[in-house]
Design a protein around this ligand. Structure first.
Ligand code: DAH
Length: 332
């Protein structure tokens, strides 16, 4: 009679999957596996003996297949010995150096703006990006018919009347003046929104606004402040040109152009580039915030942030600023 328990021992002692395959074949091989044969031979036994024998053989079949499965799994996972040898800590290993992060060029520029104007006595203010039509347009003396109000440019807020995503940082002038008494100097950086999207326009972009109101603040002060600050922010290698320009909230209104003499893209070299608008705050705007224009006067300006950065760093596509690609960001 076959002693099936020897198979059990052999299975448990198997040294590798090949040993197990051999035992498996020896027991369950279709033609002459020992257990297969024993099961086949059941048919020739007398009835009474057959029943008990069949039960016994089926139990062994179950037990031995189970044992083979278990041993197969054991052999597949590393032994304690293997782990002891391979899973050690090498304390002499050199670790890769830590990468140091830095600010994104836009917030970095905003900090510089706050710093440079801060040193000139300007307060830093912020306003909401969801703004009333009143502050974004009306109080800035922008008439109903001005093209800037056209739905082409402005994002209106669905379901909320007379509310927009601010199209410029100028409404912060209104908020600031309504809450304080002049004289004041204020700078306001932030996000602005317009329905525009291509390599040089993004539906969200950044601006910084400036405002200085006093008894005798003049256009000469505007030029001095702007030139001093912009040279510091953008580089000494820049020339400026003021041209007349129209903005409903200033009178007279000016546009500031810059000329880079330094190392720039050929196509840009020697060209004047428009940087933003400025001028003397319109008397209507002062009246709208309860300031007497017969007593107070001053200047305001508003500039884009992406544009000078694009020129300074030769960035051909504005969208690179917002994609968060480390290959772009690591260059700064
Ligand atoms: N808000 C204007 C714009 O986004 C820029 C501007 C022009 C701002 C003249 C001013 C200003 O404060 O005086 O196009």
């Amino acid at each position: 009679m076959t002693d099936w328990s020897t198979y059990e021992r052999r299975i448990n002692d198997a040294k590798g999957p090949a040993d197990l395959d051999a035992i498996d074949q020896e027991l369950f091989g279709r033609k002459n596996g020992t257990l297969t044969t024993a099961l086949k031979e059941l048919g020739s036994l007398p009835e009474a003996e057959r029943r008990t024998k069949a039960q016994e053989l089926n139990e062994w079949k179950k037990k031995l297949t189970g044992a083979i499965d278990i041993r197969r799994k054991e052999l597949a996972s590393p032994s304690d010995d293997t782990l002891k040898k391979s899973d050690t800590i090498d304390s002499t290993l050199e670790l890769p150096g830590k990468c140091r992060g830095h600010l994104h060029p836009i917030p970095e520029f905003i900090r510089q703006v706050e710093e440079v104007f801060g040193r000139m006595g300007f307060d830093v203010a912020y306003g909401p990006e969801i703004e009333s039509e009143e502050n974004n347009f009306n109080k800035l003396n922008i008439p109903e018919t001005h093209p800037a109000r056209d739905t082409q440019d402005t994002f209106w807020i669905k379901g909320v009347q007379n509310t927009v995503l601010r199209t410029h940082t100028s409404p912060v002038q209104i908020r600031y003046m309504q809450e304080r008494k002049p004289p004041f100097r204020m700078i306001c950086p932030g996000k602005t929104y317009r329905k525009d999207a291509d390599a040089t326009h993004s539906p969200m972009f950044h601006q910084f606004e400036g405002l200085m109101i006093g008894k005798d603040v003049s256009l000469a002060n505007l030029k001095a402040v702007l030139i001093t600050a912009m040279r510091e922010l953008i580089g000494r290698d820049v020339d400026f040109r003021f041209r007349t320009g129209f903005f409903p909230f200033v009178e007279p209104g000016l546009e500031l152009d810059m000329l880079w003499k330094g190392d720039l893209k050929e196509s840009r070299e020697g060209k004047w580039l428009e940087m933003g608008g400025c001028g003397m705050v319109h008397p209507n705007v002062l009246k709208n915030v309860g300031i007497d224009p017969a007593q107070w006067q001053g200047f305001a300006f508003g500039f884009g942030i992406e544009r000078p950065l694009m020129i300074k760093h030769r960035i051909p596509d504005l969208r690179s600023f917002y994609e968060g690609d480390p290959r772009f960001l690591r260059q700064f």
